[in-house]
Design a protein around this ligand. Structure first.
Ligand SMILES: CN(c1ccc(C(=O)NO)cc1)S(=O)(=O)c1ccc(-c2ccccn2)s1
Ligand SMILES: [Zn+2]
Length: 366
C-alpha cells in the first residue's frame, strides 16, 4: 500500500444518504447544510468518497435485539396521524425518538454509514474515516433514546474490534454517551471516555465521575462531568491532560470520536460556551497519535454552526486552511448576517469553578 493511501481520508456520502438524513424531523436539512459547506470549501474532492449502504438486519442485530429491530422496521410506514402504540413506547419510539415514514431506512442507512466508515479503516484503505451523520450514542440494545434509533457508534466499534485489539472511544457531545458506555462497560478492550454536561434533570442523567466500568472493564470507563458555561480554554486544557493520560495507560490501536456539536455557543441546548476551536484542538490532539481514527457527528441543533464546526474539523483532518468568510454556495444566505466560519463565545458565566475542575483532575488523574 502506498504511503499516500495511508493518509487517505474517507468521507461517507451520497445524495440519497443526505436526503434520507434530512427526513428525521428534529434534524430537518442539517445534513444538507453540512455536506454543501464542506463541498463549498472544495474539501470533498480531497477525500475518498464512500457511498454508504443501509446496514442489514443481521448487522444491526450484532448489538440490538431482534424484537427491537422488528418493531422499528414495522414503523417504516408510520404516518404522523397514526397512533403511537404501547409496543412502540416500550422500545422508546414515538416521543424522544419521533416516528416518520422513512424511520427504518434512516436508522439503517446512518448505521450503514458508520459501518462503511469503519470498513475503510479495517481494510486499511484509509487512516481516517468520517461519517458526520452518525454518532447516535444514546440507543440501547432494545431502546431508542434521545433522537438515537440504532447505536451506530457501538456497531462501528464492534466492526473495528474485528481487526484492532484495543479501541478508545471519545465522546465530546454535550450529552453523556450512555449507550456506548453501557455496551462496553464490562470489557477491557474498549475504553470509553466521555466529556459532557452533568446536572440534575439533564438528559440522560448518567455520566457521573463515579462510573468507572465493571468486572474486567473496571477502570476502562472514564466520565468527565461538566457544568454550564465551560469555555474553550478550560475544556481543551482538561481534555489534553485526561486524553494524554488515557493514551499512555490504555495504548489503543484505533480511536473513535463522536464530535456532537450541541455544546457549541448558540446551540438551542444553551449549556456550554464552546466554539469550534475547542473540538478542533481535541481533534488535533487525537490525530497527533497517527492511529486509525473514525470521526462521527452527533448532536448539534444550531444547524449552520454545526455545519461550520464539522467543516472546520474536516479541514483539520485534511490539513487545509480555510477562508474565514463562508464561500458563496446554495445555502450561503443561511449563514448571515456575518457569514463568518468561526464562532465567538458569549459572555455567559462559566459555572465550572476552578475548585471543581481541580477536583475532577484529582479524581481522574490521580
Ligand atoms: C429527546 N431529548 C434529547 C434529544 C437529543 C439529545 C442529544 O443530542 N444527545 O446527544 C439528547 C436528548 S430531549 O428530550 O432532551 C430533547 C427534545 C427536544 C430537544 C431539542 C433541542 C434543541 C432543538 C430541538 N429539540 S432536546
Ligand atoms: Zn447531544
Amino acid at each position: 500500500m502506498s504511503t499516500s493511501d495511508e493518509k487517505q481520508v474517507g468521507y461517507v456520502y451520497s445524495e440519497e444518504y443526505v436526503d434520507l438524513c434530512c427526513k428525521m424531523p428534529r434534524l430537518e436539512d442539517r445534513a444538507r447544510l453540512v455536506h454543501h459547506l464542506i463541498q463549498a470549501y472544495n474539501l470533498v474532492d480531497k477525500m475518498k468518497v464512500a457511498r454508504p449502504k443501509p446496514a442489514s438486519i443481521e448487522e444491526i442485530c450484532a448489538f440490538h435485539s431482534s424484537d427491537f429491530v422488528n418493531t422499528l422496521q414495522a414503523c417504516h410506514n408510520f404516518d404522523m396521524e397514526d397512533e403511537i402504540t404501547s409496543e412502540m413506547t416500550e422500545y422508546g419510539l414515538g416521543y424522544d425518538c419521533p416516528l416518520f415514514p422513512d424511520v427504518f431506512s434512516y436508522a439503517s442507512f446512518v448505521t450503514g454509514g458508520t459501518i462503511t466508515a469503519a470498513r475503510l479503516l479495517t481494510s486499511r484503505c484509509c487512516s481516517i474515516a468520517i461519517n458526520w451523520f452518525g454518532g447516535w450514542h444514546h440507543a440501547k440494545r432494545d431502546m431508542a433514546s434521545g433522537f438515537c434509533y440504532c447505536n451506530d457508534v457501538v456497531l462501528g466499534v464492534l466492526h473495528l474490534k474485528t481487526v484492532f485489539d484495543k479501541i478508545l472511544y471519545i465522546d465530546l457531545d454535550l450529552h453523556h454517551g450512555d449507550g456506548v458506555e453501557d455496551a462496553f462497560l464490562m470489557t477491557d478492550k474498549v475504553f470509553t471516555l466521555s466529556f459532557h454536561k452533568y446536572a440534575p434533570g439533564f438528559f440522560p442523567g448518567t455520566g457521573s465521575i463515579s462510573t468507572i466500568g465493571k468486572g474486567k472493564g473496571q477502570y476502562y470507563t472514564l466520565n468527565i462531568p461538566l457544568k454550564d458555561g465551560i469555555t474553550d480554554q478550560k475544556y481543551t486544557d482538561l481534555f489534553h491532560e485526561v486524553f494524554t493520560n488515557v493514551m499512555q495507560a490504555f495504548q489503543p490501536n484505533a480511536v473513535v470520536c463522536q464530535f456532537g456539536a450541541d455544546g457549541l455557543v448558540e446551540d438551542p441546548m444553551r449549556s456550554f460556551n464552546l466554539t469550534s476551536l475547542s473540538l478542533g484542538k481535541c481533534l488535533s490532539d487525537i490525530l497527533s497519535y497517527n492511529l486509525p481514527t473514525l470521526c462521527l457527528g452527533g448532536g448539534g441543533y444550531n444547524f449552520t454552526n454545526t455545519a461550520k464546526c464539522w467543516c472546520y474539523l474536516t479541514s483539520i483532518i485534511l490539513e487545509q486552511k480555510l477562508d474565514t468568510q463562508i464561500p458563496e454556495h446554495q445555502f450561503f444566505d443561511r449563514y448571515g448576517p456575518d457569514f463568518e466560519l468561526f464562532l465567538s463565545p458569549s459572555n455567559r458565566s462559566d459555572t465550572n469553578e476552578s475548585s471543581y475542575v481541580k477536583e475532577i483532575r484529582e479524581k481522574t488523574l490521580g
